[in-house]
Design a protein. Structure first.
Length: 194
């Protein structure tokens, strides 16, 4: 698994999967193109995430909220534009994204890094996240699985991240399930029309 190559050790791991009545090829194509705003939850949670910044930078925060509301649907390309990098890919089977940042802050401070840089230790005060999507043929269709791993650079960072993770984990899971549902809907839509 490519994910193991990029992050064999981690502080946090979460995984979600969905069965899809479509071919693995179709599922992988839809992963690359589907709008992840299937239920509208991702956009809402993003807005809630940045609300605390209103106290410190009200104008900037209102601009970000307004831009987020008017932004095009979130897709894989949107994740890449927002600070993630494709770390590795086995086309049709597995895609691994990565970023380095301070996820517990309202802005997240995500920084895209090269696959080589990602493998190196993170700077103190930061954490890195690897996020994989794997497509596996199953009887009657395909399983699409997503797994996220986070590794903190040091103990102080782990303490900050842990407090954040206790609060955000259920919502992070909802976002992952929304993304999986969006890909399932896109992949199965052609089949329904036929």
């Amino acid at each position: 698994m490519l994910l193991d190559d990029f992050m064999p050790e981690f502080d946090v791991r979460t995984s979600h999967a969905v069965a899809i009545a479509a071919s693995p090829e179709r599922v992988y194509t839809c992963l690359r193109t589907a709008s992840f705003d299937h239920w509208g939850l991702t956009r809402t949670l993003y807005a809630l995430r940045i609300l605390p910044a209103l106290v410190v930078a009200p104008r900037k925060t209102w601009r970000r909220l307004h831009a987020g509301h008017r932004a095009p649907p979130r897709t894989l390309d949107g994740l890449l534009a927002g600070g993630f990098t494709v770390l590795g890919e086995r086309p049709g089977d597995e895609l691994v994204l990565g970023t380095v940042g301070r996820f517990w802050r309202a802005a997240g401070e995500l920084h895209s890094v090269s696959p080589t840089r990602f493998r190196e230790p993170s700077s103190p005060g930061t954490a890195k996240a690897a996020w994989s999507f794997t497509v596996t043929r199953r009887p009657g269709g395909t399983e699409l699985r997503t797994e996220t791993r986070v590794l903190c650079a040091d103990v102080a960072t782990w303490r900050r991240f842990r407090a954040y993770w206790l609060l955000i984990r259920p919502f992070s899971g909802l976002i992952r399930r929304e993304m999986l549902a969006a890909v399932r809907r896109a992949a199965e839509s052609d089949r329904r029309r036929r």
